[in-house]
Ligand binder design. Structure first.
Ligand SMILES: *[C@@H]1O[C@H](CO)[C@@H](O)[C@H](O)[C@H]1NC(C)=O
Ligand SMILES: *[C@@H]1O[C@H](CO)[C@@H](O)[C@H](O)[C@H]1NC(C)=O
Ligand SMILES: *[C@@H]1O[C@H](CO)[C@@H](O)[C@H](O)[C@H]1NC(C)=O
Ligand SMILES: *[C@@H]1O[C@H](CO)[C@@H](O)[C@H](O)[C@H]1NC(C)=O
Ligand SMILES: *[C@@H]1O[C@H](CO)[C@@H](O)[C@H](O)[C@H]1NC(C)=O
Length: 239
């Protein structure tokens, strides 16, 4: 049971509260993305090398290579979605923020002198199907969060992310009553309130006070966006 005790529950919100939070974060992240570009693709010089796992993955999925990223090659998605990320052999000692690549299907961090990586780095990466790490780094969420963990050519391969809500039905017990479980990256799951329940631990029943919650959130989104815009402009000016 210890492996299960380690799993973390992210939050308990009703779907309307989640939508409000997601909107808030999207607005502020989009604003900063647009101003800074997809930084994760240039964390390391050069382009995705041809022969690597990410290079092969990208040509198989007909992606477009941009720096160290493989982007989904359809013009309709905006901002562009990173489906693969190759940061192998980049002299990285720490990995902290890969949020730009949170929708990636594969990430390669091999051949880096990384000491440890917090599980939190991959929180929300629920599409991640293949992660390649230096062999001394454990797979995020531990072995029990992956279908297959193996050492191959001196790298650790974490393959097939397991759904934390579907571990013989046990995990869903960790979500409070009146809530639904959803995967939220390796080792993580998220509980969201069922219809007609809201508030902390989904204990409140009835209509959700839309205006009281959305009003202040919308206002703070505007304020944050404005602040980001101002600080980025300052930075740009001072360069
Ligand atoms: C990478 O491989 C593709 C197809 O195999 C080839 O067209 C391209 O020239 C190669 N690029 C480099 C930099 O070797
Ligand atoms: C890693 O990078 C170094 C220099 O940047 C290069 O000499 C070496 O061949 C690379 N290793 C691999 C496996 O690509
Ligand atoms: C990584 O390891 C160092 C020492 O080995 C430790 O101080 C640090 O807290 C660790 N960081 C994480 C994110 O586990
Ligand atoms: C996880 O899997 C790897 C590879 O199969 C193995 O070497 C390692 O001992 C396992 N770790 C744990 C904690 O079970
Ligand atoms: C849950 O696991 C079972 C057996 O492991 C599988 O048949 C089923 O499709 C899974 N359901 C989901 C939603 O992943």
């Amino acid at each position: 049971m210890t492996s299960i005790d380690k799993k973390k529950m992210i939050a308990v919100y009703s779907w309307k509260e989640s939508v409000a939070l997601i909107l808030l974060f999207n607005i502020s992240f989009n604003a900063s993305d647009r101003l800074s570009g997809l930084q994760v693709c240039s964390l390391c010089g050069g382009k995705v090398p041809n022969g690597t796992a990410a290079g092969r993955f990208c040509s198989q999925s007909a992606g477009r290579i941009d720096g160290r990223c493989c982007l989904r090659n359809d013009s309709t998605s905006d901002p562009e979605r990173i489906i693969g990320l190759d940061l192998s052999n980049c002299s990285l000692t720490r990995v902290e923020n890969l949020q730009d690549a949170s929708e990636a299907l594969m990430i390669d961090l091999s051949l880096n002198p990384i000491v440890n990586i917090s599980d939190d780095v991959f929180q929300g990466f629920f599409d991640l199907k293949c992660l390649i790490l230096p062999k001394d780094i454990v797979c995020p969420g531990g072995n029990s969060s992956w279908q297959k963990v193996e050492i191959q050519k001196g790298n650790r391969l974490c393959e097939g992310q397991k759904n934390m809500c579907n571990q013989t039905g046990q995990m869903s017990l960790n979500c409070p009553e009146n809530s639904l479980c959803a995967p939220y990256g390796p080792g993580f799951y998220e509980c969201s309130c069922a219809e007609n329940y809201h508030g902390y631990k989904c204990l409140r029943e009835g209509t959700f006070p839309v205006l009281q919650v959305f009003g202040p959130l919308a206002l703070s989104a505007v304020v944050i966006t404005f602040l980001l815009w101002v600080t980025q402009r300052r930075k740009a000016k001072s360069l």
